[in-house]
Write a protein that binds this ligand. Structure first.
Ligand code: AMP
Ligand code: GLY
Length: 423
């Protein structure tokens, strides 16, 4: 089968690495890919958010399956665009329709969905730019602190602010509704603060049935001990030991089943990944957010632990036979460490030569923000590489990843050595 994978980060290198191991993949294209994915297939200079260009590439290269890594093309309707054309309507897309992607693309939409289907999540209210005065009054007089403000739309992971003080919340709300994140914050969800430990559940669905992939936990803060600003994610552990059988049962009954049933009830086409960002409060799981894709860096820890042939799983999704499949997980734990570029998550350096990859042993090194200039590999993003290792425990795996993370060199390199510190 000829497969087109959209995206070019660490998650997509992990996808490409896994897809290229399948005997069912005869040719893999990655758009735009990175130097890591280039070792698994052929990178093509195609903008994954340009629906017309993706369509034309699918036609010209007789692509038989499109796998979507990031959320932007999904929210942007790549599924709908391909489905509408006579020449691509038959090509399965692993990823939901634009309507399904709204679970990630609009926080207010996701909250309403959860409310309608009785899915546990923090209490919330919605405010609009046209009603700024009442939003500010609510925060000034009524809201319980701390309080969480969320830009409704996609804001590159920066749209969530947790406010400890009323004045801070009022100022932040005024900025958001005033257009701090453009159209994405013309609507703001105000949410009750939940206190607990977070984890990530990945569900693959064919629209009827579903399978749960290995569980993970990611580390979003830049600093050790979970300090400093939020990032896209600085590392991941799979599985997080606190997510036990009893917790998974609750997640399945209270969250996954009603989510799949809700999508069906609303007539939403969804054949792809659902990423549940969850928080354990006491002994109960609550949904913090839905995403319509896999997590990054969680994917770099989850896919290496998945023993199934990924293309077989995708084919089962295409044929709506996912109920016949059994997910097989590697017994070992995996720990992923992100190597970031100095300055990240603020302005960061680019173009720094990367060396020492050949010295690493016993880890899988996924490329995220790298590119080649001539023959030299250089940094090109805030998150540069993801180093994944296995171990009997996540701590054993962490030790190997830490050792190899130290061997890879580029100017300004930064990584957290404490992934899993709280487990
Ligand atoms: P989100 O983009 O919705 O995942 O939010 C980013 C981060 O903000 C989450 O990973 C949580 O750490 C935090 N967060 C979001 N909503 C809440 C909430 N209701 N209570 C506590 N923390 C939250
Ligand atoms: N690591 C969290 C995310 O991918 O959104």
């Amino acid at each position: 089968m000829k497969i087109l994978l959209l995206g070019g980060g660490g998650r997509e290198h992990a996808f490409a690495w896994k897809i290229s191991q399948s005997q069912h993949c005869s040719k893999l294209y990655i758009a735009p890919g990175n130097p890591g994915t280039a070792t698994c297939g052929e990178n093509v200079p195609l903008n994954p958010e340009d629906n017309a260009a993706v369509h034309d590439f699918v036609v010209a290269n007789s692509i038989e399956m499109v796998v979507v890594g990031p959320e932007a093309p999904l929210v942007n309707g790549v599924w709908n665009h391909l489905r509408r054309s006579r020449r691509t309507a038959h090509v399965p897309v692993i990823g939901p329709s634009a309507q399904g992607a709204k679970l990630e693309g609009s926080k207010a939409y996701a909250k309403r969905f959860m409310q309608e289907f009785g899915i546990p999540t923090a209490d919330y209210r919605e405010f609009f730019a046209s009603n700024t005065a009442s939003a500010l009054r609510f925060l000034q007089k009524k809201a319980t602190l701390p309080i969480v403000l969320k830009a409704d739309g996609l804001a590159a992971g920066k749209g969530v602010v947790i406010c400890q003080e009323r004045d801070e919340a009022v100022a932040e709300m005024a900025e958001m509704l005033g257009g701090k994140f453009g159209g994405a914050s013309r609507k703001v969800v105000v949410e009750e603060f939940l206190s607990g430990i977070e984890f990530s559940i990945f569900v693959l669905t064919d629209g009827e049935s579903y399978k749960i992939l290995p569980v993970a936990k990611d580390y979003k803060r830049i600093g050790e001990g979970d300090t400093g600003p939020n990032t896209g994610g600085m590392g991941a552990v799979s599985p997080p030991p606190f997510v036990d059988v009893a917790m998974m049962k609750k997640v399945e009954q209270e969250i996954i089943k009603p989510t799949i049933a809700g999508l069906k009830k609303r007539g939403i086409e969804y054949q792809g990944f659902i990423f549940l960002g969850l928080i354990k409060v006491g002994d109960d799981p609550f949904v913090i957010e839905y995403n319509c894709r896999m997590g990054d860096p969680e994917t770099e820890a989850v896919l290496p632990r998945l023993k199934n042939d990924l293309v077989e799983l995708f084919t089962a999704v295409r044929d709506r036979r996912l109920s016949e499949v059994k997910i097989e997980e590697d017994e070992r734990a995996a720990t992923t460490i992100i190597l970031a570029s100095g300055g990240y998550p603020g302005d960061f350096h680019k173009g720094k030569p990367i060396t020492g990859l050949d010295k690493t042993q016993g880890s899988i090194v996924f490329h995220a923000g790298t590119k080649t200039v001539g023959n030299q590999l250089v940094t090109s993003g805030g998150r540069v590489m993801a180093v994944t290792s296995f171990g009997k425990t996540f701590r054993e795996a962490l030790a190997v990843s830490n050792k190899n993370a130290a061997l890879i060199e580029f100017e300004g390199k930064y990584f957290r050595r404490d992934i899993g510190f709280d487990l």
